[in-house]
Write a protein that binds this ligand. Structure first.
Ligand SMILES: *[C@@H]1O[C@H](CO)[C@@H](O)[C@H](O)[C@H]1NC(C)=O
Ligand SMILES: *[C@@H]1O[C@H](CO)[C@@H](O)[C@H](O)[C@H]1NC(C)=O
Ligand SMILES: *[C@@H]1O[C@H](CO)[C@@H](O)[C@H](O)[C@H]1NC(C)=O
Ligand SMILES: *[C@@H]1O[C@H](CO)[C@@H](O)[C@H](O)[C@H]1NC(C)=O
Ligand SMILES: *[C@@H]1O[C@H](CO)[C@@H](O)[C@H](O)[C@H]1NC(C)=O
Ligand SMILES: *[C@@H]1O[C@H](CO)[C@@H](O)[C@H](O)[C@H]1NC(C)=O
Length: 484
């Protein structure tokens, strides 16, 4: 078994991460956490199946790993950890070194915070990798595995093509990895033609979808366009309209509770929060004269008087519309700027920007703020595993953007037409979704209080296993996996 070579330039903040990656230690870690789980009478949330019915601590639940074994493919450090050493090297991309701490969760927002971090959503590949190491059904034997996870930091590697010296070679992104997989134990890939492999791409799929022969190249690498990778499953933060190998999973937010108790106490706070603002837009854009949905939102917000006249029972709002200006990435690493206003708002407007969806959609759900979408691509057609498609009408408002931009429909009128009773029901539904979109802190799977509750990671794993199972069996792609 090859061990991960230590890069001489490995910064000290990565050292602990490196230790976890060394084979012997990660094995120990896995078996230790398995023991802890059994000892505490808790079911690992990632375990699924058999043990979840246990309620009494006296019953030691059996993990049922049947059909759920995952093998973590060992990759040389140049495919993951070494890539982090260049975190400040891209002039056209911000320096993300400060956010690598805590295995990619970033520094805590303040010293006494338990659950809130300055998280860079772009680092999902690291946090996902860290969580995989404590997945309860890991196997060293690829022959026994239902799925093979590739701990390749594809989005971080893409920076040298998107912003760096390899901008003219973006059709080559990933070929080095493919070559490695063929030349080292090629049977692991060959066993199922790569259909059982999966990885995480912490950027929208469009950033990896440039046709390899496009001349001149416009934007993005060709990772998802290469026939070499058609067979693997890619978990992305935004998927294309006609996804082949990809599936969208929630953006990484700043909230990572280490225990079920802290999650529950946050949910209590969300439920009790006084909502004094009707609608909120936290974001940038819409400042140019060009007609688009963000421009319309700004206009409507700025023109609405703040002294709200008594109107059909809505008088208890002290503010009709609030804007948190997040231009130039101001809010990116500062959750306090937008979480407080979101806690105080009933509706959070989620207009598309450069891409159809936004991390803010998930911040708002965590704040119990009812999302208002302006196109189906923003969420409904993307996050089928985490946000059940059939439930959209119960937790989200849909207003077609063309009606607002070109037909003069007022968002305010639509939202004011929703009864208070219905608003309460919708908010309850949003709150029920919170655990599904939270990535809990690593090292907390066995801590008390999760009660078998699945988080965004667990649901992503369930979905990936199911998708892989059906692809390996050659079944027709299942469009809706929301029930898994
Ligand atoms: C484990 O799960 C498999 C498939 O879901 C099932 O056939 C088997 O009976 C389960 N085993 C136990 C011990 O529950
Ligand atoms: C880091 O950047 C330098 C300069 O562009 C490059 O030579 C080196 O290969 C990069 N390292 C990694 C691990 O990508
Ligand atoms: C937070 O903790 C660190 C290290 O323990 C310390 O250096 C820093 O001064 C503390 N910051 C505050 C605001 O207390
Ligand atoms: C990429 O190609 C363009 C056009 O041929 C050229 O101007 C540019 O210098 C190249 N960039 C790099 C980093 O080689
Ligand atoms: C992808 O799967 C197909 C059918 O199973 C197979 O013919 C093809 O060689 C696979 N591609 C790669 C790159 O392994
Ligand atoms: C709203 O205000 C903007 C300028 O702030 C103006 O251009 C626009 O016409 C106004 N819209 C309405 C409906 O009053």
């Amino acid at each position: 078994m090859a061990s991960v070579p230590v890069s001489p330039s490995l910064p000290s903040f990565l050292f602990f991460f490196f230790l976890l990656l060394s084979p012997a230690l990660s094995q120990q870690q896995a078996s230790k956490s398995r023991k802890e789980r059994a000892g505490s009478g808790e079911t690992g949330s990632g375990s699924g199946g058999g043990g979840e019915s246990s309620s009494a601590a006296a019953v030691v639940p059996q993990l049922n790993c049947s059909g759920r074994w995952i093998h973590i493919r060992r990759l040389p450090a140049r495919f993951n950890l070494d890539l982090l050493t260049n975190c400040s090297e891209y002039d056209l991309f911000y320096d993300f070194c400060p956010y690598l701490s805590n295995h990619g969760l970033g520094p805590k927002t303040h010293n006494r915070s338990h659950s809130w971090y300055r998280t860079d959503p772009f680092l999902l590949e690291l946090t996902f990798h860290r969580r995989m190491l404590e997945y309860p059904c890991l196997t060293q034997d690829p022959g026994q595995a239902a799925a093979v996870y590739l701990p390749y930091y594809a989005a971080i590697d893409s920076l040298r093509y998107l912003y760096g010296p390899e901008v003219n070679n973006s059709m080559d992104h990933g070929l080095e990895l493919f070559e490695f997989l063929q030349e080292n134990d090629g049977w692991i890939w060959g066993r199922n033609s790569g259909l059982d492999h999966f990885l995480v791409l912490a950027r929208p799929a469009w950033d990896f979808s440039q046709p390899p022969d496009l001349d001149p190249p416009i934007w993005g690498t060709s990772f998802l366009e290469l026939p070499e990778f058609y067979n693997l499953t890619a978990l992305v933060v935004e998927e294309r309209l006609w996804p082949w190998q990809e599936q969208a999973v929630p953006y990484l937010t700043s909230f990572h509770p280490p225990s079920g108790e802290l999650l529950d106490s946050w949910i209590n706070r969300v439920e009790a929060s006084r909502r004094t603002t009707l609608m909120l837009f936290a974001g940038g854009g819409g400042v140019s004269a060009q007609a688009n949905i963000r421009r319309s939102i700004r206009n409507e917000c700025e023109n609405t008087s703040d002294t709200f006249e008594s109107n059909g029972g809505w008088y208890y709002y002290s503010k009709v519309c609030d804007i948190v200006d997040c231009a130039n990435g101001k809010c990116e690493h500062d959750p306090i700027l937008y979480m407080r206003p979101m806690l105080q708002s009933t509706f959070c407007l989620q207009p598309p920007g450069d891409t159809p969806t936004r991390r803010s959609t998930f911040d708002a759900i965590i704040a119990g703020c009812i999302p208002v979408f302006f196109e189906d691509q923003s969420a409904r057609t993307q996050y089928r595993w985490h946000l059940p498609e059939e439930a959209y009408g119960e937790f989200a408002v849909h207003i077609q953007k063309e009606d607002v931009v070109y037909k003069g429909l007022k968002i305010l009128d639509v939202l004011m037409g929703i009864s208070r009773a219905r608003v309460r029901r919708m908010r309850q539904k949003v709150i029920e979704l919170i655990p599904r979109v939270v990535y809990r802190k690593h090292g907390s799977s066995s801590s008390k209080g999760w009660k078998g509750q699945k988080d965004a990671f667990d649901i992503a794993i369930d979905g990936a296993l199911e998708k892989i199972r059906s692809r390996v069996k050659g079944e027709v792609e299942i469009g809706d996996l929301s029930s898994v």
